[in-house]
Ligand binder design. Structure first.
Ligand SMILES: Cc1cc2nc3c(=O)[nH]c(=O)nc-3n(C[C@H](O)[C@H](O)[C@H](O)COP(=O)(O)OP(=O)(O)OC[C@H]3O[C@@H](n4cnc5c(N)ncnc54)[C@H](O)[C@@H]3O)c2cc1C
Length: 469
């Protein structure tokens, strides 16, 4: 795909659209501020955009897209830049379209249990706002304190609560989208049901900024579950921790969180946060299990059932969090594992996912592959969903080992996922880094359908080029 370079005339046209204050280039912006738009949370990659634009209205986005379409300039939408697959990286330079000024919650509709929001709202801020009126928006990526709803939609993000409540995909009803030509559409209706033609709303979810720019979203909400119980369960054998996951569900319980953490994952994170946690020598993994609901007595009965399941395994002393502060600390430790791994070493994060009961086989396979190829991995993740993040630690690996040598073992990990009925990304998306492995998960016929969809939306290929396939 051939793209055109940015001209001074285009830059001044952008300045007229968003005002010069919201046009950043290497020449105009403070170096550090501009530089940050070339990075996200994926490894240590950096790709410099030619220009960063910060529009605040759908009309501005539309005008920018029209110009870029006409002049064949690539455009990469950017949320908060917390992505782990390189989706927001402008690998062909061009325009980075930062959605940070789209930061308003436009309406919380308590009558219909819905909300209309802009895509630059931070996920946790939205959750807190709806909680104030007794409502619940469950999708909670561990990065919820910084990531944006638009990024969550574009990545089909999950999080701990997905196990009971589903992912971002399950809460979106309707989206306002600017197409690469600058046309503005709504993808659906603000209804719980919709059988009116193809489902463009769901097509946009997980499209990683390759089909259109999301400028508004309508979400459905739930009543807020009043109570929860949180327990941290230490295991002496990590294989047993992985086995216990599906056993809890087989006992008829659906937790609102079921997170697996290898010893190193939890240890690094508590050290990183300086939250003291006692980790006996013989403990190799933990499950963090949350139950939630509106009836506390019922929850205690469920907790007893969980204890009965756990009795069959070689577990240490279970920590039942009994204060809000203790619960917060445990979740903080879980949510910061990614940050603590990043703090310790550059890493590649593989977002493996398999049917839940296959988790022990996946974990064993990952460790065997690591031993065979000589790399260390720290594993943790949303075990209740069968979604395990395999963090391959760079450590002392050479450039050759890191950039080339790991391709084969990563392929083997993904082949194992597919063999077990899973796939290569549960929630982080394909972006740049998983692109070489798409053929492992999908047949050429599937990929051709996706390429065809891309061609219909974006015939000039200007939106987030070089991502997914
Ligand atoms: C510590 C940590 C923990 C994490 N935990 C989780 C987790 O538990 N679950 C999970 O699913 N993910 C997790 N992530 C990954 C990441 O936070 C999510 O993928 C998140 O949804 C990205 O949102 P963002 O706003 O940062 O998007 P960005 O990284 O800025 O962008 C992501 C993609 O969305 C596109 N995009 C952004 N906004 C728009 C828009 N308005 N219109 C069209 N395209 C757009 C971009 O082009 C890009 O392709 C974690 C990341 C970190 C660093």
């Amino acid at each position: 795909m051939q793209f055109n370079a940015l001209t001074p005339a285009l830059v001044s046209a952008f300045e007229q659209i968003v005002t010069p204050a919201h046009v950043l280039t290497a020449a105009t912006a403070e170096a550090q501020q501009y530089e940050a738009y070339g990075r996200d949370h994926t490894e240590d990659f950096h790709f410099a955009p030619d220009v960063v634009l910060r529009p605040a209205t759908v009309e501005e986005v539309s005008a920018i897209m029209k110009l870029c379409h006409e002049h064949q300039v690539p455009v990469t939408a950017r949320g908060a830049g917390t992505g782990l697959s390189g989706g927001a990286l402008p690998i062909h330079n061009g325009v980075v379209l930062s959605m940070e000024r789209f930061n308003k919650i436009l309406k919380i509709d308590e009558r219909n249990l819905q909300a209309i929001v802009e895509p630059g709202v931070v996920t946790e801020a939205f959750q807190n706002a709806v909680k104030e009126v007794g409502l619940f928006y469950p999708p909670d990526p561990a990065s919820k304190g910084s990531c944006f709803l638009g990024g969550n939609l574009s990545q089909s993000s999950g999080g701990p609560k997905a196990v009971k409540y589903g992912t971002t995909r399950d809460y979106v009803l309707n989206l306002q989208v600017v197409l690469p030509t600058g046309e503005i559409i709504w993808t659906g209706a603000n209804t719980l049901k919709n059988a009116t033609g193809y489902n463009l709303t769901q097509l946009m979810v997980g499209s990683e900024g390759t089909l259109g720019i999301i400028t508004k979203a309508v979400f459905r909400l739930l009543p807020y579950p009043q109570h929860n119980i949180l327990m941290l369960v230490p295991f002496r054998q990590e294989a047993q921790a992985a086995e216990a996951v599906s056993a809890v569900f087989r006992a008829g319980i659906i937790p609102s969180g079921m997170e697996f953490m290898e010893r190193e994952a939890i240890a690094w994170s508590s050290d990183y946060l300086k939250i003291p946690l006692t980790l006996p020598e013989d403990i190799t993994a933990h499950l963090l299990i949350e139950l939630d609901g509106r009836d506390l007595d019922e929850l205690y009965k469920e907790a007893e059932q969980v204890y009965e399941v756990l009795e069959k395994y070689d577990v240490g002393e279970i920590l039942l969090a009994d204060t809000a502060g203790q619960k917060d600390d445990l979740w903080k430790i879980r949510r910061n594992i990614g940050n603590s791994v990043r703090y310790n070493s550059v890493y590649k994060e593989e977002d493996t996912v398999v049917p839940r009961a296959e988790l022990p086989t996946l974990l064993k396979g990952v460790k065997e592959i690591g031993a065979r190829y000589g790399f260390k991995s720290v594993c943790y993740g949303h075990a209740g969903d069968g979604n395990m993040h395999v963090n391959i630690i760079r450590g002392e690996l050479t450039d050759e080992e890191w950039n080339v040598g790991l391709r084969q073992p990563i392929s083997e990990i993904f082949q194992l996922c597919v063999k077990l009925g899973g796939t290569i990304s549960g929630e982080h998306g394909i972006g740049l880094v998983q692109k070489p492995y798409m053929h492992i998960a999908l047949a050429e016929a599937n990929l051709n359908i996706m390429r065809g969809i891309k061609q219909v939306f974006d015939p000039k290929g200007i939106l987030n080029p070089g991502k997914i396939f």
